[in-house]
Design a protein around this ligand. Structure first.
Ligand code: SF4
Length: 273
C-alpha cells in the first residue's frame, strides 16, 4: 500500500528526476534495500557509515567540544585522515568564531501541496553573506558542473531564500547573499563554490514547484530509460535490471538518501503557512 507523502527533500526530488520508479520504491513504498551480498558493497556501506560519523565529529567541533577530545573518537583510518584534513583547514576551523553559526539545522517551506525540507550541515553568516556548507566524504571529487545541476545545490539555496528569514533578523535572505560550498574531506583544498542570484532562484523555485505538481498528479512511476543508472541502483533486483553491482564509487551519489523520516518536525525553522 503506497504511503501518503507529505514532504519532499533534495533526495526524493533527485530520485524522481533520475528515475520515477526509484522514487516510488524508496519514498512511497519505503522498501528496504535488498540484502548486501558482495564485499565491495560492504566496503561501501562502511564508507557510508564513516561519512555519517564524520558529520557528527564536525558538528561536535562547531558546538564547542575541544578538538583534541573530538579527535580521539576518529578511530578509523578514513576518519583520522578526514579529521586531520578538516582541523588543518583554517578556512573551516575559522568559521567557529562567527556569531551566526548553525549546525545541523532543518528548514522547511511549503512547496505546492507538500513541504520542502532540507537538513543543512552548517550555515555560517559573516555579517554580509550566508554560507551553506555541506561535508562530502566522496572518494572521487565530482565535477562542479555536475554538482551545479544536482537538486541538493538547487534546493538548499532556494529553501534558504524561502525559509531563512529567522536567521536574518526576520528579513528574507536575498539570493545574492547566499553561497553554497561543498567541502570534500578527501580533497580538502578543492571545495566547490556556488554563489546564487535572483534569476537562478526564480528558475529553481519554478522548477521545484513543477516537480511538486507532477508528483502530486502522477499515476504511474516509470523506470528510467537510462539503464546506466540501474548499474549502481540499490533497487535493481526489484526491476529486473541486473543483480551485480556497478562501480561502487559512482554509487556514492546514488545512495545518499537522507533519513527524512527521522526529522523532528518540532525543530524545523520555517515560514508560516
Ligand atoms: S533499477 Fe533502474 S529502473 Fe529500477 S529503480 Fe533503480 S534506476 Fe530505476
Amino acid at each position: 500500500m503506497p504511503i501518503e507523502l507529505t514532504s519532499l527533500s533534495q533526495s526524493s526530488l533527485q530520485d524522481y528526476n533520475d528515475c520515477p520508479r526509484r522514487f516510488e520504491l524508496r519514498y512511497l513504498q519505503r522498501l528496504a534495500y535488498p540484502a548486501i551480498e558482495t564485499e565491495p558493497a560492504l566496503e561501501n556501506e562502511k564508507h557510508q557509515r564513516e561519512g555519517e560519523y564524520f558529520h557528527r565529529l564536525v558538528q561536535q567541533y562547531f558546538i564547542g567540544i575541544p578538538a583534541e577530545q573530538v579527535a580521539k573518537t576518529a578511530n578509523t583510518d578514513n576518519l583520522q585522515r578526514w579529521w586531520d584534513n578538516f582541523i588543518n583547514n583554517k578556512n573551516l576551523t575559522g568559521l567557529k568564531d562567527l556569531a551566526g553559526l548553525r549546525t545541523e539545522v532543518t528548514l522547511s517551506a511549503p512547496l505546492g501541496s507538500f513541504r520542502l525540507i532540507a537538513k543543512y550541515d552548517l550555515i555560517a553568516m559573516d555579517g554580509k553573506k550566508f554560507y551553506i556548507y555541506d561535508w562530502k566524504t566522496y572518494r572521487k571529487r565530482p565535477k562542479s558542473e555536475f554538482l551545479a545541476i544536482r537538486l541538493q545545490t538547487r534546493v538548499y539555496r532556494a529553501l534558504l531564500v524561502q525559509a531563512g528569514a529567522f536567521l536574518n533578523g526576520g528579513k528574507p535572505i536575498a539570493p545574492e547573499q547566499i553561497e553554497m560550498i561543498y567541502w570534500f574531506s578527501d580533497f580538502p583544498n578543492d571545495p566547490a563554490h556556488f554563489p546564487y542570484q535572483a534569476d537562478q532562484f526564480k528558475r529553481d523555485w519554478d522548477a521545484l514547484t513543477r516537480y511538486a505538481e507532477e508528483i502530486k498528479s502522477a499515476s504511474s512511476y516509470p523506470k528510467t530509460e537510462d539503464t546506466n543508472r540501474c548499474l549502481y541502483c540499490p533497487y535493481r533486483s526489484y526491476c529486473n535490471r541486473g543483480i551485480r553491482a556497478g562501480d561502487g564509487l559512482d554509487a556514492e551519489l546514488e545512495t545518499e538518501a537522507e533519513e527524512l523520516f527521522d526529522i523532528n518536525f518540532e525543530q524545523i525553522g520555517e515560514i508560516e503557512f
